[in-house]
Design a protein around this ligand. Sequence first.
Ligand SMILES: *Cc1c(COP(=O)(O)O)cnc(C)c1O
Length: 233
Amino acid sequence: MAESTTSAERAIADNIAEIRGRMDAAAREAGRDPGGISLVAVSKVQPPERVAGALAAGHRLFGENRVQEAKARWTEPRARHPDLKLHLIGPLQTNKVKDAVALFDAIETVDRPKLARALAEEMAKTGRRPELFIQVNTGEEPQKAGVLPAELDALVALCVDELSLPVTGLMCIPPADENPALHFALLADMAKRHGLARLSMGMSGDFETAIRYGATHVRIGTALFGERVKPAA
Ligand SMILES: *Cc1c(COP(=O)(O)O)cnc(C)c1O
């Protein structure tokens, strides 16, 4: 292995340790058990040596936002690391449901009835049942995925009562220009109301705040791997 690969790997290991330390401190400050909070390392668009660094450091939980990219990146490492866990954190088209159910351990972006029904059908067919989070568009932003807060009750009822889907939590991405705490508090309230234990919220810039509001999964990309390398134009 080239020298540069080794130092890149070491840098990632240091970043993971630092972020985990900050997560644990935020949990303790909030009177929470740090063991109840998972670090989803968001590897989308990151160069392979950085991802290899995280694997070498023993990290096993990763998030990807595109099904095809995740399949290309993770099929081989998955065979080497049976304890690897993958979360889909980007929008899911119904024509990718088959691949998504086959590949991911959790799908965090269920946000509409058509997708819920397609997931139920694929799960029935294959017997594979990845854990599901419902994504809520807490900021009601027109360009953003996620069910609107006013439509959440109906979607939960469809997923849980009618389709018996394995929904365990809620996920949100707050608007970039607003105080995320309000959105985290809102999501935590909605999860509590529906008896859902898991909350995927908090990214590089706001994960400590999210932990204060009850996050069980924080999704961290740039703070862990560095700036994403832009795909070629
Ligand atoms: C890219 C992405 C992240 C990670 O964002 P960073 O700011 O790099 O930590 C988290 N969640 C979702 C849904 C993303 O698409």
